[in-house]
Design a protein around this ligand. Structure first.
Ligand code: GTP
Ligand code: MG
Length: 139
């Protein structure tokens, strides 16, 4: 089922390096509407749940340690074809294309500045992970 929402997280490296404003500017300039937004800090349990699909992989411990190393900003973004368009805007996990958010702001494959949902199904799960319905603003 296609929908028009995706979940992003601005990751601890981007916040630490002062890139939050530039990243949000790129997101809104690219036609995404922010309909929910919060600064939060994941617990180990929350990070493990969010990235549970990667448990057992060689980068898993590094990923969890990184994601709990500082605050993150979670947001729900609305746009037609939101999931695919946002993945295009952030760039690939490895070797993100020129001009993408990860190309501009990632420090490494792990410390890659932003998260984007990878399917409509996961977008729904991830939006509900971070936000209650009453935190989502329809405007
Ligand atoms: P997210 O938007 O954060 O979910 O990234 P992604 O969908 O582009 O990648 P994926 O879900 O496959 O992996 C989740 C996170 O694990 C990535 O964002 C990276 O931080 C990290 N990661 C994935 N693959 C590798 C890898 O091969 N090496 C390392 N060091 N980290 C990886
Ligand atoms: Mg992913």
């Amino acid at each position: 089922m296609a929908n028009n929402r995706t979940l992003t997280m601005i990751k601890p490296d981007a916040i630490e390096q002062g890139n939050t404003g530039a990243i949000i500017q790129k997101i809104t300039n690219s036609g995404f509407k922010i309909i929910a937004l919060k600064l939060t800090k994941l617990t180990t349990e929350q990070a493990a749940e969010f990235y549970g699909i990667h448990k057992g992989k060689k980068f898993y411990d590094e990923l969890i340690d990184f994601m709990i190393s500082g605050p993150i900003i979670a947001a729900i973004l609305e746009k037609k074809n939101a999931v695919d368009d946002f993945r295009a805007l952030i760039g690939a996990t490895v070797d993100p294309a020129e001009g993408t958010i990860r190309n501009l702001f990632a420090s490494s494959v792990t410390q890659n500045a932003v998260h984007g949902s990878d399917s409509d199904e996961n977008a729904n799960i991830e939006c509900a992970f971070h936000f209650n319905e009453n935190e989502i603003i329809d405007y």
